[in-house]
Design a protein around this ligand. Structure first.
Ligand code: ADP
Ligand code: GN1
Ligand code: MG
Length: 364
């Protein structure tokens, strides 16, 4: 706790510091929960060291986050909701800055922990997953009139799958910095066989057939928090990648993570499959909020987007493995290749069930 105390002291948190522990299960930032006792009340805060390897311009990133949350606060108020619970409430430093930059270049930011909340790394009911679909769909709906041109692109071409293939995956295979390519020949081939899929959505954007919207872009289940008592999805978090994008990215990425019968890093690939009941529940929830403005082309590509986002994520894990694990946090040396294999197993299962997935969308 001593290491982090001098950071906490730079924010105006209310009360006496009681404890501060590493928290959550994100792959990018380092997250802490700090607990302060203030008389009879307990105040909880989330403090994050932002990953400056992943996010190159923290000023722009934090401008986005403050602009989006202040816009959402007004929207939520206008809809009769509780902005203290339904969007993140960031706290400036005692100097009035949106984040703290230390002499060594580390960057920290803080927001209020939503009381009586929890996050899920997996769910065991279609109902809960469906609720996360409502939350992400509503998030997208609320931001439909956000001035998109004022947003910075925090990670350029984040879901441009063909760019990721050509500019990141192929060079990683070629450079083979860690000499690992020989151990993942089948996975490299798996990616190369599916090159054509990589440009499908980008081509539709270029043809003007898919509208650009303000999207979250990282819609995995643990980026929504739920009410501890009612299990309602209350607040979308992890706003670092809110940027202009496709509704399909948000839909597909949620399915990738939450409709998997296993965890994202399940080593036993024979257990991995898409749960079609979860797929249906999420689609119903997401479309009930965001679907009204969808074009036919968006609807026609929903099932495909689930496969593409799973494939893209697997390719990113494989790329990171080949590069020596410089991007995603890993818990053990083979973690990224295990993740890649599990994503590819899910892609395969989706390929075999694509017509059923499309049928489910048609019926909604
Ligand atoms: P990362 O970019 O590393 O994923 P996040 O902003 O998603 O960072 O935070 C990491 C994790 O911390 C989340 O996935 C979630 O599990 C947990 N978390 C963050 N804020 C809260 C909160 N207010 N309530 C519950 N869990 C939270
Ligand atoms: C990262 O930050 P987190 O853990 O919510 C990643 C996503 C990946 C995901 C895979 C900024 O999400 O793009 O889909 O891991 N975020 C970033 O679990 O790269
Ligand atoms: Mg996250």
């Amino acid at each position: 706790m001593e290491d982090i105390k001098h950071i906490l002291d730079k924010f105006n948190f209310k009360g006496e510091l009681a404890e501060c522990e590493v928290f959550g299960s994100g792959h990018i930032n380092t997250t802490y929960m700090a607990v302060y006792n203030n008389g009879n009340t307990v105040n909880k805060y989330i403090v994050q060291r932002v990953n400056t390897n992943v996010f190159k311009n923290i000023d722009e990133l934090m401008d986005n986050v403050f602009a989006v949350t202040s816009f959402l606060r007004d929207k939520i108020k206008g809809c009769g909701g509780d902005p203290n619970r339904e969007t993140l409430n960031y706290i400036k430093t005692s100097d009035g800055d949106k984040y703290l930059r230390c002499d060594n270049g580390d960057c920290y930011r803080a927001y209020k922990f939503v009381d009586d909340s929890k996050s899920y790394n997996s769910v065991d009911s279609a109902e809960i997953f469906g609720k996360s679909g409502v939350a992400f769909g509503r998030f997208q709906k609320y931001l439909s009139d956000f001035p998109a041109t004022t947003l910075h692109e925090t990670i350029p071409d984040f879901h441009n799958t063909i760019r990721r293939y050509e500019n990141e995956f192929l060079p990683a295979v070629k450079n083979d910095l860690q000499g690992r390519a020989k151990d993942c020949k089948a996975e490299i081939e798996f990616v190369m066989e599916r090159k054509e899929d990589c440009s499908r959505l980008v081509d539709l954007i270029e043809k003007g057939e898919l509208p650009i919207r303000v999207t979250h872009n990282d819609t995995k289940l643990n980026n929504v928090i739920f009410d501890e008592e009612t299990d309602d999805a209350i607040c979308v978090i992890d706003l670092d990648t809110v940027m202009p994008g496709l509704a399909l990215y948000d839909f597909g990425d949620s399915i990738r993570f939450g409709a998997n019968t296993c965890a994202e890093d399940e080593p036993d690939t024979s257990r991995i499959a898409i749960n079609l009941d979860y797929f249906k529940a999420y689609a119903e929830g997401f479309l009930s909020e965001a679907g009204e403005s969808f074009t036919q082309c968006e609807i026609d590509n929903l099932a495909f987007s689930a496969k593409l986002m799973t494939f893209e994520c697997g390719m990113r894990f494989l790329t990171d493995y080949l590069n020596g694990d410089t991007y995603f946090k890993t818990a053990y040396p083979e973690h990224n290749i295990v993740r890649a294999r599990s994503q590819f197993a899910l892609v395969k299962d989706m390929e075999s069930k694509m017509s059923e997935m499309e049928e489910i969308i048609r019926n909604i």
